[in-house]
Design a protein around this ligand. Structure first.
Ligand code: C5P
Length: 224
């Protein structure tokens, strides 16, 4: 077990875990691991290199050799670079999320990313967000949170985010995308999306980001 504490924040797409993890990590002054970004990067790299989604050995090799860099920016956001190119926006598309969930079902890819994810645990501690942080990657984490929210609420959040960016998309299509991604993440055999036995579940459907962050920080404080 590591000498540094880990807080895991798992949950389905749109549950708010990314934003909550970012705020909590900033408040605690801990490292942040956005594990979903790694799966998105493998998906984007596979698309760029025209690697077929059923070519498991090349996908595994790609995940093993992924040239990914996360650069913290001044305002607290992170620039994501793939092969030295800024892909911060490109990996956030709905398409990339769907491709990532297909690639994330592959055992070889998950194995290749496991060590890389554990390497993020450095002083003074780590906030790790994803689907299997509390169950597989950091099973000994000192605090585990599982965020949920109704599919409608999660789609609405995504709809508002995309609208703000001027992206034209329908709420109905977002609900379908999220349901498809949930189904794949929950039903895969490798590290399926599920709350760890010792995780505290928070339904964020009717909570603001600020309220969720406060609840998560209180959980951390209680454990310290
Ligand atoms: O969290 P995010 O939406 O960026 O993740 C994209 C996809 O990557 C998810 O739908 C899921 O299939 C996969 N993922 C995963 N395990 C993680 C993080 C993400 O399988 N720890």
């Amino acid at each position: 077990m590591s000498q540094f504490p880990v807080l895991t924040i798992d949950g389905p797409a749109g549950s708010g875990k990314g934003t909550v993890a970012e705020h909590v990590a900033q408040t605690l002054g801990w490292q942040l691991l956005d594990s979903g970004a790694l799966y998105r990067l493998v998906a984007l790299a596979a698309q760029k290199k025209k690697i077929a989604f059923d070519d498991n050995s090349r996908l595994t090799e790609l995940a093993e050799t992924l040239d990914a860099v996360f650069l913290p920016c001044e305002e607290g956001s992170t620039e994501v670079r793939l092969d030295n190119k800024d892909v911060t926006q490109a990996i956030r598309s709905e398409d990339c999320g769907l491709m990532a969930s297909k690639i994330a079902a592959k055992a070889g890819v998950r194995k290749a990313l496991l060590k890389r994810q554990r390497d993020y645990l450095i002083s003074p501690g780590l906030v790790a967000d994803g689907r299997d942080m509390g169950t597989v990657v950091f099973p000994d984490a000192f605090a585990k949170v599982f965020l949920t929210a109704s599919v409608e609420e999660r789609a609405k959040r995504r709809f508002n985010q995309l609208n703000q960016k001027g992206v034209d998309v329908s709420l109905a299509s977002l609900i379908i995308d999220i349901e498809e991604r949930d189904f794949r993440d929950i039903n895969r055999s490798e590290a399926p999306l599920i709350a760890a036995n010792d995780a505290i579940t928070i339904d964020t459907s009717h909570l603001s980001i600020k309220q969720v962050v406060a609840q998560v920080l209180a959980i951390v404080k209680n454990r310290q």
